[in-house]
Design a protein around this ligand. Structure first.
Ligand SMILES: [Zn+2]
Length: 174
């Protein structure tokens, strides 16, 4: 790398600029689409609704409106329970910009009962080092007046006290 040559009058008073910060910002609007909009509108009513594929019978949540395996529309709606099984998880120990959670916290894949694809959400009300695969958890919702069409309507999931799920029941979703 070649040295930057400063004019004589600045040589003793200024350091050459080698780096600048340029804050960047990107605003965008996410269009949820028909299936996800229906899902989020149900969430605003404190309901979890998946969709079942007419071919493979898998239940997707949040639904995308089509089965990725069979390529057919998934129109049958299934009302889901608010309980599930932790199939995989990550203990977050690193602070990052914009992060509001107290460390450490746990982000997990949760397979809601009766579904075939796990949903990502937080696990709370249990020490991070006690979270494990197969743990049975339940959704904790925000107060009714704060419900909205967002998964933030679920504050987090917490252990529901049931015995761990048998590995066979979630092994395809690890
Ligand atoms: Zn299918």
């Amino acid at each position: 790398m070649s040295d930057i040559v400063l004019p004589d009058r600045l040589r003793d008073v200024a350091e050459p600029v080698r780096r600048i910060r340029t804050p960047a910002r990107l605003d965008y609007v996410f269009m949820a689409g028909k299936a996800t909009s229906r899902f989020l509108n149900a969430v605003a009513e404190k309901r979890l609704v998946g969709q079942r594929c007419p071919v493979c019978r898998k239940v997707y949540v949040p639904p995308r409106g089509v089965c990725p395996t069979d390529g057919v529309p998934t129109e049958e709606e299934i009302e889901l329970p608010h309980v599930g099984t932790v199939t995989s998880f990550c203990v977050v120990n690193v602070q990052f910009y914009g992060q509001v959670m107290e460390l450490p916290y746990v982000s997990a894949l949760i397979l809601l009962d009766g579904t075939d694809i796990p949903l990502m959400h937080l696990i709370q009300e249990v020490p991070a080092d006690q979270v494990h695969m197969g743990m049975r958890v339940e959704a904790v919702w925000v107060p009714d007046e704060e419900l909205g069409p967002t998964l933030e309507s679920i504050k987090y999931f917490r252990p529901n006290g049931e015995p761990d799920a048998d590995y066979e029941t979630y092994k395809d979703n690890v």
